[in-house]
Design a binder for this molecule. Structure first.
Ligand SMILES: *[C@@H]1O[C@H](CO)[C@@H](O)[C@H](O)[C@H]1NC(C)=O
Ligand SMILES: *[C@@H]1O[C@H](CO)[C@@H](O)[C@H](O)[C@H]1NC(C)=O
Ligand SMILES: *[C@@H]1O[C@H](CO)[C@@H](O)[C@H](O)[C@H]1NC(C)=O
Ligand SMILES: *[C@@H]1O[C@H](CO)[C@@H](O)[C@H](O)[C@H]1NC(C)=O
Length: 520
């Protein structure tokens, strides 16, 4: 019997036991496990043109004449957290959060991107937010960069300009100096694959450069170096006095082969290497650098295509060393699973050259999986479990925080599908901890409804609903907020808990969807 078949049988037996347990039992979280909720600056702050803030690439993109945003909306006002941050802290307190993951807007702090001009009003805003949180015993979990690059830096190439590694270091220095006395959890960069592939390799996210196979790889190298610069700056200048931790948050979508065919297994491994190995391998493995196969694939294709060098820039020995080990923890943003395979149908499927052509896999959805309001997001908790096991295996069991996980709906307060999703993913997370994974915290995306990039306000991820049509942007807890609050309070997962406020509204006879199963 092939080893993979043993593994399959093992998972089947192991997990069928768990499945029964997860259905009926109340399961506890480990001592010290932290619960949080997440947002990002451009998505909730608003105040886009207030008090000296500079323009970001999202201010520019969302105001293009032909809007690339589904509903033609912008983040100009959004949930207006810039003015209503005290209401946000009330929500954090009400939920009983241990931490709140928010991001700092680079152009609100440095309007031109450079550290010669610091915007005092920007510093004041984040000081107020952080102090208000600390006064309510909420830990700030601060992301330095969540996609809103100063437009001034984009003019000179943004993340494809190698100098950005230094500019980011200067920005990080301003943040440590101003907030590091109170911030003990830093995330340098959120979602490099979205920044680089989404922003530079495609037209999915600002700046929508759409230069795939070239700009996305230049960006990847610079993001890694910028991250490492911030990490070493903290280590050398600030850690001794500020005593915090600093990591990075990566997208860990799970890719599952469509069959047991070795080609499909290889396709799944390749897809994982392109999505997260590209960033995790250089930081979290002993040998460092981009993964060997990833380098080989792109170099090979580049040569076939008559490029004089690989389209993936090399990391020098010094750069490999600087990046390797440059994180105290791994932040994981993970929402879903995709199926992949590889066969002859791939010929001519993707532009040449391109990131997708280099990866060389066909990505499909399984229509049996529950579908959210967002095209890319389906509920697949067993994929979350497998992803956590793989991270443990590949990266030597790093300290992990789940920095984003959540579900979108079209709106409404009675969000049973979000509740099912959160419970199933948290249960899978507990299974991963039982299996030895070092996961010490979990954060829901998102605390309140937000501007969801190209989806605008069409996709609602919030535990709290925001009324975007009302000037006061009133926030109302969804049913999932009451469920999450109870999970945090009891530090346990009770599949039968019903909040009192909602007891009467729950449809009695609604057919209960089965708990998740690990294998299709
Ligand atoms: C936080 O609490 C301290 C002491 O109680 C107080 O001096 C400070 O003004 C408070 N800060 C905010 C932002 O409310
Ligand atoms: C981006 O490039 C692809 C080909 O790689 C093309 O199909 C698409 O139309 C481009 N998008 C824009 C906005 O130009
Ligand atoms: C630094 O933080 C750790 C926990 O994160 C704590 O155990 C230690 O005592 C702190 N050290 C100083 C000097 O504050
Ligand atoms: C993560 O990556 C997947 C696969 O490329 C993509 O579909 C998804 O949109 C990304 N998720 C986020 C939150 O950016």
């Amino acid at each position: 019997m092939a080893p993979s078949l043993y593994l399959f049988l093992f998972l089947l037996i192991f997990n069928s036991g768990n499945r029964v347990a997860s259905k009926s039992k109340v399961r506890s979280f480990p001592e010290g496990f932290l619960f949080g909720a997440s947002t990002s600056a451009y998505q909730v702050e608003g105040g886009a043109f207030d008090d000296g803030k500079g323009l970001s690439i999202w201010d520019v993109t969302s105001h293009e004449k032909t809007s690339p945003i589904q509903d033609g909306s912008t983040g100009d006002v959004s949930a207006n957290s810039y003015h209503f941050y005290k209401q946000d802290v009330e929500i954090m307190k009400d939920l009983g959060l241990d931490f709140y993951k928010f991001s700092i807007s680079w152009p609100r702090i440095l309007p031109d991107g450079f550290a010669n001009n610091v915007n005092k009003a920007g510093i004041d805003y984040y000081n107020n937010l952080i102090d208000e949180m600390l006064n309510n015993s909420i830990k700030p979990f601060v992301t330095m960069y969540h996609w809103d690059l100063p437009q001034q830096l984009q003019k000179i190439g943004g993340w494809t300009n190698p100098y950005i590694a230094d500019w980011f270091k200067d920005y990080a220095s301003v943040l440590f100096e101003n907030f590091g006395d109170r911030v003990k959890h830093w995330i340098t960069i959120n979602g490099p694959s979205e920044i680089c592939y989404g922003g530079y390799g495609s037209d999915l996210l600002a700046p929508m450069l759409n230069m795939t196979g070239i700009a996305d790889y230049a960006c990847a190298k610079n993001v890694l170096l910028a991250h490492a610069n911030a990490y070493h700056l903290y280590d050398e200048m600030f850690r001794e006095h500020q005593n915090g931790t600093i990591g990075i948050a990566l997208n860990f979508t799970w890719f599952e082969p469509t069959s047991d065919n070795p080609d499909d297994h290889q396709a799944a491994r390749d897809a994982r290497q392109f999505l997260f190995g590209q960033y995790a391998h250089p930081i979290f493995t002993k040998e460092g650098d981009f993964p060997e196969e990833f380098k080989r694939k792109i170099a090979g294709k580049s040569a076939e295509q008559s490029f004089k060098r690989s389209r993936l820039p090399e990391l020098s020995a010094t750069e490999v060393t600087a990046i390797r080990g440059s994180a105290d923890f791994l932040g994981i943003n993970s929402y879903t699973t995709k199926m992949v395979y590889r066969d002859a149908s791939i010929e001519g499927m993707y532009p040449v050259p391109s990131y997708m052509d280099d990866m060389g896999v066909v990505i499909v959805k399984d229509s049996m999986w529950p579908q959210s309001q967002t095209d890319w997001l389906q509920e697949v908790p067993w994929g979350f479990y497998k992803m956590l096991r793989e991270v443990n295996r590949l990266y030597d069991n790093p300290l992990v925080y789940i920095t984003e996980n959540g579900w979108s709906t079209a709106g409404g307060l009675l969000d049973e599908d979000r509740i099912r999703y959160l419970r199933n993913y948290l249960s899978a997370l507990l299974d991963a901890i039982d299996a030895g994974c070092n996961v010490q915290g979990y954060s829901v995306w998102s605390m309140i409804d937000a501007f969801e990039w190209r989806d605008g306000y069409n996709a609602k991820f919030g535990l709290y609903e925001v009324d975007f049509s009302n000037e006061d942007r009133s926030r109302t807890p969804r049913k999932s907020a009451f469920i999450y609050k109870e999970i945090i309070k009891s530090k346990s997962l009770d599949p039968h808990y019903e909040p009192e406020v909602y007891l009467e509204e729950v449809p009695e006879n609604e057919e209960k969807k089965d708990d998740y199963v690990y294998n299709k």
